[in-house]
Write a protein that binds this ligand. Structure first.
Ligand code: AMP
Length: 229
């Protein structure tokens, strides 16, 4: 597989599997674009938009917001993302088979006819996810949202509770509480196989990355498997 055309890279993985962290490495080192539906939802909530008011409670509880709402958001954003960039990471979308079907349909539009889809599955046991999410902190600045870990030395902030990038305070996500974590994992596993089967049946190769190891190892493996020099 060679990434010599326009590409969408879909990161499929449970919450806390490192989709955001790996995306940010690709943004910083390869100048790709990351489009995180979770970040976009949190931005709406912070900006108190009409949509933000409707989804606030759902996000806090760790449930998924409706397919129709999220698909509308993605449709609107995706074209924008490709204006200045040819490699776009989808972080957190699709999360259901309906969303996978919608993505496939969106990409049939003429403006996307050169765009290739790459599916990357991040693999990690649930027990590691629970440990990770209970130690996760994020930047409170909604434009930044850099992710940190209090348990992984390579992801600790340089100054305690302060973002390395923008100096804002770090906070814990409300949905990183144990009940919401367990709900989110359950929801993820409910949809995972349907999404993978859908892409597999469409002829897309699914690349699997084992992610319970240091982030630099994951990044190197990712580059190798996608044939990026
Ligand atoms: P994330 O930051 O990707 O973990 O997403 C945080 C929350 O945003 C999720 O728990 C959902 O409530 C909502 N969300 C993000 N992406 C989606 C999606 N593709 N479908 C439905 N809800 C989503």
């Amino acid at each position: 597989m060679k990434l010599d055309t326009s590409n969408i890279i879909v990161f499929l993985g449970p919450p806390g599997s490192g989709k955001g962290t790996l995306s940010r490495l690709c943004v910083n080192r390869l100048a790709w674009t990351q489009f995180s539906t979770g970040d976009l939802c949190r931005e709406h909530i912070t900006n108190k938009t009409e949509l933000g008011k409707n989804i606030d409670f759902i996000i806090k509880s760790g449930k998924l917001i409706s397919d129709s709402l999220i698909i509308k958001m993605v449709e609107k954003e995706l074209e924008k993302q490709f204006k200045n960039q040819s490699k776009v990471i989808l972080d957190g979308f699709p999360r259901t088979k309906e969303q996978a079907v919608a993505l496939s349909n969106i990409l049939k539009a003429s403006c996307f006819n050169q765009v290739k889809l790459n599916i990357v599955k991040l693999d990690i046991p649930d027990s590691d996810i629970i440990l990770r999410l209970s130690k996760r902190m994020i930047c409170s600045d909604k434009k930044c949202q850099t992710i940190y870990s209090l348990s992984d030395i390579s992801l600790k902030p340089k100054v305690e509770n302060i973002c390395d990038n923008c100096s804002s305070n770090l906070i814990k996500r409300i949905d990183d509480e144990i009940d919401a974590i367990l709900d989110r994992l359950k929801i993820y596993h409910l949809h995972e196989n349907d999404i993978i089967d859908f892409f597999h049946n469409k002829g897309h190769k699914i690349i699997t990355l084992s992610v319970n190891r240091p982030v630099e190892d994951i990044y190197r493996d990712f580059l190798t498997k996608l044939n990026i020099n």
